[in-house]
Design a protein around this ligand. Structure first.
Ligand code: ATP
Ligand code: MG
Length: 361
């Protein structure tokens, strides 16, 4: 939905900590590259409403309207969602358990539910010039984002016995599988691998696999196979090369773990982008947190947020701009003259940003 000025409006949620600094860097780079986007900046700092803390409605409305958002890390939010889920199936919420974050749900979870963000996409590609154990990582992980082990349904059966329910539905499995095949096709990747533990969780992961198999029939030009999570972990860290050129799709928890493991292969948090693709909106974000230890010092590496924004541009079919900015950023990192401290350099966020901008002009 292009506006009258020929620009697309995108919601920008700078978030906490280094969020505002790295958001500024993205904004500056976008102006220099003349990307046809105007930002609608909103705050998601929780406010008190009727005795409950909620995300300001303006933020939700903005994402609803624009359907695309870029976000930094945001504060946690108290909510009764998980308790509501628990009581709706008439089971007792766990007592006496030392659950981290018990009784509240993060902003991310709220956004995920509000906008039906069903797939979390994490490309993981080696960056030239930033030396890690491997220089040939190039894989894409797609994680089911709404259910599985994250359904938030936990209860105590009797004292000392708790149950946590892993919920798998055909619809959600099919939806994420279809997205994975579409993504493979659109990005020219030849293979989709479903990652699972169906040898142990025969019914739940078994159904996830059945859904993937069904969907694979619609994509005869994409090779489909399946592999066990533990084996994939071992094989990827031993030699990531065979995982290039493919998309891996998996249930929620496996995706959480495997994507961080793969992020480690390419140099960690400062470089890893992600996208949350939804039915009603898509939200792109860096995978790192708010980095409170360096916040406000002008030292943060904006690359992960920048690369996330490039996923966003490609999602919006603005590939030309994405390619141009990506080249400028990767060249800047490869040259190594103006890189931030986390990458072993001495540059500030500003200097690194300016070096990228120089390459765009
Ligand atoms: P949060 O609770 O928001 O996740 P955290 O304390 O876990 O915060 P992270 O943001 O997860 O911190 O970061 C972990 C470490 O990695 C910190 O030392 C942080 O400085 C560093 N780090 C994370 N992101 C970046 C970045 N973009 N640039 C430089 N360093 C980063
Ligand atoms: Mg963290």
């Amino acid at each position: 939905q292009k506006g009258p000025n020929g620009k697309y409006t995108v919601t920008l949620i700078p978030g906490d900590g280094i969020g505002p600094e790295i958001s500024q860097s993205v904004k500056d780079i976008y102006s220099a590259a003349n990307v046809p986007i105007q930002w609608e900046e909103v705050s998601v700092t929780p406010i008190l409403k009727g005795g409950k803390t909620v995300i300001p409605d303006a933020a939700i409305q903005s994402v609803k309207k624009n359907t695309v958002a870029l976000k930094g890390k945001s504060p946690h939010l108290f909510s009764a969602v998980s308790n509501r889920l628990t009581s709706s199936i008439r089971i007792r919420p766990a007592r006496n358990t030392n659950v981290v974050g018990k009784g509240h749900v993060s902003l991310n979870l709220t956004l995920r539910r509000t906008f039906n963000l069903f797939a979390n996409v994490r490309p993981c590609a080696s960056i030239k010039g930033f030396k890690t154990a491997y220089d040939d990582v190039n894989t894409v992980l797609i994680r089911e984002n709404t259910e599985g082990e994250y359904s938030g349904i936990e209860h105590e059966v009797v004292d000392g016995v708790v149950q946590s329910i892993k919920l798998i539905t055909w619809d959600a499995s099919e939806r994420v599988a279809r997205y994975a095949f579409h993504y493979a096709q659109a990005s020219g990747r030849k293979r989709v691998t479903a990652v699972h533990k169906a040898n142990i969780m025969k019914m739940s992961d078994g159904m996830f696999l059945s859904a993937c198999r069904e969907v694979s029939k619609e994509f005869p030009d994409v090779v489909y196979d399946e592999d066990l999570l533990d084996r994939v972990c071992l094989k990827v860290v031993t030699n990531p090369q065979p995982y290039s050129d493919r998309v891996m799709v998996m249930p929620n928890l496996y995706g959480d773990i495997l994507s961080d493991m793969c992020a480690g292969l390419i140099g960690g948090l400062g470089l890893t982008p992600s996208g949350n693709i939804g039915r009603d909106a898509s939200i792109f974000e860096a995978v790192h947190g708010s980095a409170p230890d360096i916040a406000g010092k002008g030292l943060a590496n904006p690359t992960a947020l920048l690369l996330s924004s490039l996923m966003m541009l490609r999602h919006m079919n603005l590939n030309e701009y994405a390619d141009k900015i990506e080249k400028a950023a990767l060249t800047t990192i490869a040259e190594g003259k103006s890189i931030t401290g986390d990458l072993g350099g001495k540059a500030s966020t500003r200097e690194y940003t300016d070096a990228i901008i120089q390459k765009l002009l």
